[in-house]
Design a protein around this ligand. Structure first.
Ligand SMILES: Nc1nc2c(ncn2[C@@H]2O[C@H](COP(=O)(O)OP(=O)(O)OP(=O)(O)O)[C@@H](O)[C@H]2O)c(=O)[nH]1
Ligand SMILES: [Mg+2]
Length: 209
């Protein structure tokens, strides 16, 4: 379908919320970036918008600890979420993060879709599968970015995407909830495809704004 690609360069940092109750008004449409710690969520937002440093990135897992909002257009936002599965924090902190994350995912009414970052070298680990199963159960579309594709040969990337798509097809035989693409923030691979998909989601799924 041919719809205009939104101007993601216009993205502006809006709010950093420690929990759901600190989030901005639950109106409009939001697309959230989820995935394991260090999978490349914040880097993907920077790559998508073409704005270096918009979302804070780090070599150390666990960098993003709040729910960070970026406005693209009035009532159209991207959300950078804390990662899950980060082993190096205490159980109590982990429980708190997971609680805030799940609370946001379950109760945020304006959430129209997820971009799930999966390191292409470690595909479909338990937490990612759980996220997909949950998203399917509530009919929330998920677009998977196989991140850090610069770490593998082009052939290996293709093979991995094929395997991922096969797994997705088993979980979503109609192919309406899940999709995937190869991505690299470092080598600028896949940002345009992602822009088109998110523009389509914002256009399609937020008619009532
Ligand atoms: N080689 C390579 N490294 C990447 C890529 N994307 C991100 N990284 C690196 O991976 C590390 C983590 O990136 P982030 O974007 O901070 O990851 P995150 O998922 O937001 O991490 P948390 O906020 O801790 O959950 C950083 O050192 C990035 O430079 C990529 O496409 N290729
Ligand atoms: Mg981050």
């Amino acid at each position: 379908m041919n719809i205009p690609v939104m101007n993601f360069r216009a993205a502006k940092f809006s709010v950093s919320a420690p929990s759901l109750k600190h989030c901005p008004d639950d109106i409009g449409a939001e697309i959230a970036f989820v995935g394991r710690s260090n999978a490349g969520k914040s880097s993907a937002i920077n790559s998508l918008t073409g704005i270096k440093g918009l979302a804070r990135t780090s070599k150390t897992p666990g960098r993003t600890q709040h729910i960070n909002f970026f406005t693209i257009e009035p009532h159209k936002k991207l959300v950078d979420l804390p990662g899950y599965g980060f082993a190096k924090v205490s159980k109590e902190i982990k429980r708190k993060w997971d609680h805030h994350l799940m609370e946001y995912l379950r109760f945020r009414k304006c959430l129209i879709g997820l971009v799930l970052m999966v390191d292409i070298r470690h595909i479909m680990l338990d937490y990612d599968k759980e996220m997909l199963i949950w998203a399917k159960s509530v009919s929330l579309p998920v677009h998977i970015l196989l991140t850090k594709s610069d770490k593998l040969s082009r052939m290996k990337c293709k093979e991995t995407q094929f395997n991922v798509d096969q797994q997705l097809q088993l979980m979503d035989p109609e192919g309406i909830i899940f999709s995937s693409q190869v991505f690299s923030a470092r080598k600028k691979i896949g940002a345009e495809v992602l822009q088109r998909i998110l523009s389509l989601w914002f256009d399609d799924l937020s008619d009532d704004i």
